[in-house]
Write a protein that binds this ligand. Structure first.
Ligand code: ACO
Length: 329
């Protein structure tokens, strides 16, 4: 069998400015108790006024270089930035990253809401395994706090900013990105949206000027799809949940994560939780969680990981991978 594509280098970044639940108590009618009970969020990192998605993406790649050396980027021939908050509608944020690091590479942005980074990994896998690219830099970067309504307590407390970056290239067996489940149901577009250049959704509902979310409906969708997508990804990989060393779900809400963990029958020590520290930073959520798990020594070569995400669209994605196989480690 030909080699699979796998993650051979990872980096992550979160802005230094932090807003705590106490900060929100001072800003609006909310409480630390409400936020923790409903979401598990304690803090979130907020981009500075002059810090945008391209800066966050570049900082995550700088962290990748710090961890793995300059050589990790040698031969990168495609840059993908998964984001919902690009600096501009064009040029692509990915082109700004390409230029910053002087890469001889193609570059494009990918929009699939929170699962965008998993979608980017799937594209990277297809490029590498087809021979079309040698190395893909797949980034998830988000400056969501730039599009929040700071008067809306139902959304403002939930989100944060950050970025994560991975190099994807061919790795020897048994490592690599295995099964992917990628899904969308655009009939749920009205549950979670924000305006770009359009005015209305197909239903005729006006697009929101700031991030709009029907929390209850998205919650129900999330619990359902985290269950179905993870089970399908496991089935396609031929693995049982017992063989998953670490479950790395999208960090939106601790209750959603716990429901998914319980349905998979995994003990708490086999799930990564960073939502308390970062809130929901969309496409950056899973690579940031992976970086935390690596730093904590929770991932070893040969470990099977299960990743899953959901978001606006509505969209979802899940992936089973076997960690390791990097030639430069
Ligand atoms: N502080 C205090 N009270 C609040 C706050 C707040 N920050 N926000 C809402 N409330 C109130 C509401 O007004 C409501 O009051 P009411 O009963 O008097 O009307 C009450 O709390 C309960 O509101 P619910 O919406 O029912 O609260 P719920 O338990 O559903 O929790 C939450 C809300 C946390 C948003 C939950 O629905 C959720 O997590 N949904 C999923 C969100 C998500 O995962 N999104 C990810 C996708 S993001 C992307 O793709 C960009």
């Amino acid at each position: 069998m030909s080699k699979l594509a796998g993650i051979t280098a990872l980096g992550a970044y979160a802005p230094s400015k932090v807003l705590t639940n106490a900060d929100f108590e001072a800003m609006m009618d909310t409480s630390d108790e409400w936020i923790i009970t409903r979401t598990g969020i304690k803090r979130r990192h907020i981009a500075a006024e002059d810090e945008f998605t391209s800066h966050l993406a570049i900082s995550s790649v700088a962290d990748l270089i710090r961890r793995h050396g300059e050589g990790a980027l040698a031969g990168v021939d495609m840059v993908i930035v998964a984001t919902n908050t690009p600096d501009a509608l064009f040029p692509a944020t990915a082109a700004l990253v390409q230029d910053h690091f002087g890469l001889k590479a193609g570059a494009f942005d990918l929009l699939a809401a929170c699962p965008g980074w998993l979608y980017a990994l799937s594209v990277a896998k297809a490029y590498v395994e087809s021979g079309m690219c040698r190395k893909v830099l797949a980034i998830g970067a988000e400056a969501l706090t730039k599009v929040m309504d700071w008067q809306d307590r139902a959304t403002a407390v939930l989100f944060g900013d950050g970025a994560g970056a991975a190099v994807v290239e061919a790795v020897p067996a048994p490592y690599g990105l295995k099964s992917f489940v990628l899904g969308a149901d655009g009939s749920g577009a009205n549950q979670l949206h924000i305006r770009a250049v359009g005015r209305c959704l197909p239903s005729g509902e006006p697009l929101a000027e700031h991030l709009y979310m029907n929390g209850r409906e998205v919650y129900k969708f999330a619990v359902r799809v985290m269950n179905t997508a993870t089970i399908e990804a496991l089935q396609r990989s031929g693995l049982h949940s017992d063989e998953i060393a670490l479950f790395v779900p999208h960090q939106a809400n601790l209750r959603i994560i716990e429901a998914a963990r319980e349905r998979l029958g995994l003990p708490p020590e086999r799930v990564v939780v960073t939502v308390d520290e970062y809130g929901n930073n969309s496409t950056a959520s899973i690579p940031l969680a992976l970086a935390h798990a690596l730093d904590a020594g929770r991932i070893s070569d040969g470990d099977n990981l299960l990743l899953v995400s959901f978001g606006a669209g509505l969209t979802w994605a899940a992936n089973v991978l076997t960690w390791g196989g990097a030639w430069h480690q």
